[in-house]
Design a binder for this molecule. Sequence first.
Ligand SMILES: [Zn+2]
Length: 267
Amino acid sequence: MSDNYRTTVGKVQLVSLTDGHFEPVPTDVFQDSDIETWQSEYSALMIDKDHTQFRFGSVAIYSSSKIVVVDTGAGPNGCLIDDMGAKGVEREDVDFVLITHLHADHTGWTLLEGEPTFPNARYLVPKDDYAYWTQPNVISNAPNIANDVVPLKSLGVIDLIEPKHIITSELTTVHTPGHTPGHTSLAISSNGESGFVLGDVAHSPAQAHYTDWNPNFDVDQELSRETRNQVLDELEEQGILVQAGHFPEPGFGHFSRENNRRYWQGV
Ligand SMILES: [Zn+2]
């Protein structure tokens, strides 16, 4: 295993984790896009003529003697727990599990045989997402909420967090709504350096340039575009190190600009 799955932001250490991959036809996901653009401009993101690849990524963050895992992958058939083991992240040592939002590809490993997978952790869930996804007409179409999320409440391990929640002095959540109502990213600030865990503000490096391409599973399409444009502008301007869970391994990189076109510069 190469070592590019680790990086630092000031004194904070980050370990990129992967649960698996999903290989859709990109125009099924981004209905504003066309396959010719994918094939001509983003052939590097295509695994064959018709399919791109999304990673189910998580990240372990070591900050101020705490360990925070952001998102828990798609679940039981994935390799997150094995990947953590291979990279030396012990689930018993995790203090906080931050779920950026309550889609099934982010809540997969919250529980293991009915018990918290991270037995000593508080599970931090954006309260606006919990409220949205537990509505009767919504939860009936999202089985992962009843399976992976609601039990965390009965087990007493969930903290429903406000949009701006301070986890450690170096880690603060940022409300980035649109993909889901409570969607949350994470700002890292340590020793004069900055980092940002993107969550699902973007799903593909192609959105660095085509920021208006929304995945069809965004809850609020207009707000999602607005948030993506605003967040990516800021990350580009400030040259902030980004961790993007759905981008190719290891998902660390920067949004940069060349010839009036923004692109993703992965490490
Ligand atoms: Zn996702």
